[in-house]
Design a protein around this ligand. Sequence first.
Ligand SMILES: NC(=O)c1ccc[n+]([C@@H]2O[C@H](COP(=O)([O-])OP(=O)(O)OC[C@H]3O[C@@H](n4cnc5c(N)ncnc54)[C@H](O)[C@@H]3O)[C@@H](O)[C@H]2O)c1
Length: 286
Amino acid sequence: MNTKEYKKIKPLEKPENIFDLKDRVAVIVGGAGKMGQQFARTLGFAGAKVVIADKNEEKCKKLAEVITTLTNSQLMGYKCDVTKEKQIQALFKGVYNKYGKIDILIYNVMAKPEGYYRPFKDYLARTWKEVLDSNLTGAFLCCREAANYMKKSKEGAVVLTSSTYGLVGPDQRIYKNCSPKKNIYGGTDPLNCPASYSVSKAGLSGLARYLATLWGEFNIRVNLLTPGGVYDGQEESFHKEYVDRTPSGRMAVWSDYNGAILFLVSDASRYMTGTNLIIDGGWTAW
Ligand SMILES: NC(=O)c1ccc[n+]([C@@H]2O[C@H](COP(=O)([O-])OP(=O)(O)OC[C@H]3O[C@@H](n4cnc5c(N)ncnc54)[C@H](O)[C@@H]3O)[C@@H](O)[C@H]2O)c1
């Protein structure tokens, strides 16, 4: 930027301007999930037009209707399976054709295929690949496609949702008393954090930093959001062990990350790129 251009940067003072998303177009991929729904509501309340993209077509369309009524903003559900490259291309082309721009991409996909919780020694390459394809390769493809359109307007905010398990290894002791029968996420294995998940989330951090440096000249910012675990009715032995290791003394609730997402996609963070916002109740602080 040449020195005269600094004067053109709009000063940001009032909170309602700093966090305003009016006229911004956002795509939340994996948006029908529990956290994705929260993000869709928050962005809708802030005035954005939001596309909830998910492989669960019925759920994303229903959510879009409900949140449109709730927020008075414009939401749309769009079926997209991120393991299908053509569906990803169709999603971003479709959004661009409808709204004429794409300002925000949030990548929230988490896949739990059959055999997801198997112990490492028995983990199938097929399951590993499915997780990586969905959580990581899908993010690469979505970023690649979204950037085609963000570059046109020389503006964009991308947030990749990672996890504390992309930063640190799981403390395996918190799972030691988990029972296969009590795994609320299904399957025949007890709750644990599979290596496929950790690796996919660690990969997102490399992707965010890489793209931040690649796209700085287009004013496309790429950051990670790193949440800690959310209380979702998990069995008590796990919950207790988790809470015992969390400085804040509790797991997260679903709305705990809404402030962070609004910060990351709005002008509030306009000078932030290639970095990681960790919101984990202090889990990684020990
Ligand atoms: N829930 C937590 O405790 C927690 C903690 C840390 C990080 N995270 C991260 O937050 C994000 C959201 O988590 P969540 O708890 O809301 O998960 P969720 O399972 O409720 O949502 C994930 C969504 O991804 C969608 N999805 C899966 N495979 C897909 C595919 N191939 N194509 C398109 N969509 C697909 C699912 O349909 C679902 O709607 C994830 O990236 C997760 O890793 C969650």
